[in-house]
Structures are given as structure tokens and as C-alpha cells.
Design a protein around this ligand. Structure first.
Ligand SMILES: [Zn+2]
Length: 276
């Protein structure tokens, strides 16, 4: 039974993920969400069998069935990631339907922010403010306002601004070259989503993951000039791998947030200090 629930959450997440792909591509473009998806090269409308999350990409071997131009790896990756996130959320939160819905919705918002930040190096205000607001609403829903304003719970309320401040300082004093203001707003949202204990860990994890992946990207950039590497990319139909000097930071923060949330990572031992 638990296995069945897990599979259903994965399928549900993968279907939502294919919708999030469309949202991420059409957000702020003036395009509506109505209308069937079509191939970007030849404009062929996708049939029902070409719209199955993850599987269609595998069966089509990453190419349009008509013009054979390659389909972005973004599609199956987002579908797979959203499916996995929904499964993890369902494992993490099975007590309250409201809180379960909350985590599913913020997962969707964060997936779209990730894709958008990778594509445009910008975090859309509408999405990040929704994320922050939902975080506050959940805090108020889970903790009565009377205890939220007292120790130790007040640390969860202060977590937003506390985690926001260093990011804001980095943005302000570097005039936006080290950190975007969007990242600072995202950090505020992470503070209210996780509270101070796990929020602080999420940020540290984000920086670590960012450092490791940046090193990997540098290594990949060096490798991608090798002929064997180009051959592999062509075989897997991964289109023009290029590595930009400006890197989006939101994805690292978001990965750090989910690791801290699902694994309940408390790197600084703040839980003992604040809540005991
Ligand atoms: Zn096509």
C-alpha cells in the first residue's frame, strides 16, 4: 500500500513537472498557459503519446518525431525532479493535508525558480514573494501567534530576516556582482520555510554544493573540448554544452534547502542551543 502511494505521488509529480516546464518557459513572456505544446523547430503539435512525462523523451531518444531536432534535456529532468520531490514530500509530511499541500506547492514554485534562474539568471519576483508569503502563512498556521512572538519560536519568525541580511549585504556592497537581490529574497523565504536551525544549515549546504558543482563545471568545461566528450554528447543528443561565467545561485540554495529539510540537517547544532 505504501509502495502504491509512493508510485502515485511520483506519477502525479512527473505530470505536474511537465506542466511546470511549460510554466517556466512561458513565464513573463506574455504567452498564456493555454494551447498544446509544439516542437520549437518545426512547430509540429505534440500528440498524446509524445506528452507522457519522462517516457516520451526516452522513446523519442530526445528528438522531435518529425524534424529530428533535439529536445531540451530540461523536459525529462524537470519531470523526474518534480516526481522525486513529490515522493520525498509525501514521506516527510503525512500528518496534515494542509501542510502536505503547502510543501507540494512550494516544491513547484522552487522548481520553476530553478529553471528560470538557470535560463535567465533572474528570480521572478512574483514567484519568490509567493514563496515567502506561503512560508509565513505556514508559520502562523503551525504556531499560535502568542508563542510565535516568544522564545524559542520567535527564532523561526526571525529566521527570514536573519538569513536574508548577509545575502543582502553581499548584494549591496558588491553592487550585485557577487550575489543578486533575488537570491537574498529567496534566502528570506528559506528562513521562513525551515526556521533558523535548518535554514542556517540549508544556506551552508547551498554554498558547499555550489562550490563542488562549480568545480565540476570547470572540469567539464575543460573536458568538453575533448573529441571523445563531443562524441558522447552527440550520441546522447545533448545540445551545445556551454558553461557561462555568471552562474545562477538559486539552484544551489534550493538543493541545500531540500537536503536540510528532508534529512533534518543541523550543521551548527543550533537546535540544542535554541530549543533546549
Ligand atoms: Zn520538430
Amino acid at each position: 500500500m505504501e509502495m502504491l502511494v509512493t508510485i502515485l505521488f511520483f506519477i502525479f509529480g512527473a505530470i505536474v513537472g511537465s506542466f511546470l516546464n511549460v510554466v517556466a518557459l512561458r513565464y513573463n513572456t506574455g504567452m498564456t498557459l493555454a494551447g498544446r505544446s509544439a516542437c520549437f523547430s518545426c512547430g509540429k503539435r505534440l500528440g498524446a503519446t509524445e506528452l507522457v512525462p519522462i517516457l516520451s523523451y526516452l522513446f523519442l531518444r530526445g528528438r522531435c518525431s518529425q524534424c529530428k531536432s533535439s529536445i531540451s534535456l530540461q523536459y525529462p529532468l524537470v519531470e523526474l525532479t518534480t516526481g522525486l520531490l513529490f515522493v520525498l514530500v509525501s514521506w516527510y509530511q503525512s500528518q496534515s493535508l494542509v501542510i502536505l499541500a503547502y510543501y507540494l506547492i512550494i516544491s513547484c514554485i522552487l522548481v520553476v525558480i530553478t529553471v528560470y534562474d538557470i535560463r535567465h539568471l533572474i528570480i521572478p519576483d512574483g514567484l519568490v514573494y509567493t514563496f515567502i508569503t506561503l512560508g509565513l502563512l505556514r508559520l502562523l498556521y503551525e504556531t499560535p501567534i502568542t508563542s510565535l512572538l516568544h522564545k524559542p519560536e520567535i527564532w523561526n519568525l526571525l529566521a527570514g530576516p536573519i538569513i536574508f541580511l548577509p545575502f543582502w549585504a553581499l548584494w549591496y556592497f558588491s553592487k550585485g556582482t557577487w550575489m543578486g537581490f533575488g537570491d537574498a529574497k529567496l534566502a528570506w523565504g528559506i528562513g521562513w520555510t525551515l526556521g533558523l536551525v535548518y535554514g542556517a544549515s540549508a544556506i551552508i549546504l547551498g554554498f558547499w554544493i555550489g562550490a563542488v558543482l562549480s568545480l565540476l563545471a570547470i572540469a567539464l568545461a575543460k573536458m568538453s573540448s575533448l573529441p571523445i566528450f563531443k562524441k558522447i554528447c552527440r550520441y546522447l543528443s545533448i545540445p551545445n554544452l556551454h558553461f557561462k561565467s555568471a552562474v545562477p545561485f538559486a539552484p544551489y540554495l534550493i538543493i541545500g534547502m531540500f537536503v536540510a529539510l528532508f534529512a533534518q540537517v543541523d550543521l551548527l547544532g543550533l537546535g540544542l542551543i535554541i530549543f533546549s
